[in-house]
Design a protein around this ligand. Structure first.
Ligand SMILES: [Zn+2]
Ligand SMILES: [Zn+2]
Length: 225
């Protein structure tokens, strides 16, 4: 590959810097591994290639094992030796400051009465972090706005401290919409998601991976987390 050709492909469409640990997607576009991982984690809606709009949904299931294109990786490392080394340092520093958390949303259910066609369930919606023994969730989430079926009064509830859970008595299942607001220091937009209430005895939950980027202050003060 000539230097000119390499030059046209060398920058990542996300960070506009020299591709580091380049990953090529099925549509043929190439991104830094870290940039692509972030893109997958932070996009709430339809996942599409930012270059050609090709469907990226398949990447959600593979986000933990995206493969670096080793040919490009080695080419760039040779061709742009100094710059590649700078990128390596940058990325390693960024990785050190990333906190990955798994948010678990689900509900428990308890059948209160069953008479003729009239059943009553007491259900509890919960939003928690995986392996969170010390209510660490409060350091990340500021408040959660919950919209229930309009037949509930009130139908909108705001939870502003952990434990983030809500218990109600009701007859049927419906989709609860949730808007999760993070503390401003994390610089994250609200996570809008939903949960379809479930009245079966199986484990009713879903998991969302979230990345938080420590600020420069926190990075030097690890006692906080
Ligand atoms: Zn990049
Ligand atoms: Zn593409």
């Amino acid at each position: 590959m000539s230097h000119d050709v390499l030059e046209t492909y060398r920058d990542c469409p996300f960070c506009l810097k020299l591709l580091y640990e380049p990953v090529s997607t099925l549509c043929g576009h190439t991104f830094c591994l870290l940039c692509l991982e972030r893109f997958i984690l932070t996009s709430n809606c339809v996942l599409q290639c930012p270059m050609c709009r090709e469907d990226f949904t398949y990447l959600r299931s593979t986000s933990n094992n995206l493969k670096t294109n080793s040919i490009l990786h080695n080419l760039f490392r040779q061709e742009y030796e100094k710059e590649y080394e700078i990128r390596r340092n940058e990325i390693e520093n960024e990785r050190k400051n990333i906190i990955k958390k798994r948010l678990i949303i689900g509900n428990t259910d308890h059948l209160l009465s069953y008479e003729y066609d009239y059943t009553r369930h007491e259900w509890t919606l919960f939003i928690k972090l995986e392996n969170d023994h010390q209510n660490e969730i409060g350091q990340f989430i500021k408040q959660i706005t919950i919209n229930l079926h309009p037949t509930f009064t009130p139908s909108q509830i705001i939870l502003n401290k952990p434990p983030f859970q809500l218990t109600r008595i009701g007859r049927g299942v419906f989709t609860i919409s949730l808007s999760i607001e993070f503390h401003s220091k994390w610089n994250k937009s609200d996570l809008v998601t939903s949960w379809l209430l479930s009245f079966s005895n199986t484990d009713n939950r879903k998991m969302i991976e979230i990345e938080f980027q420590k600020s420069a202050d926190d990075a030097t003060n690890n006692s906080l987390l």
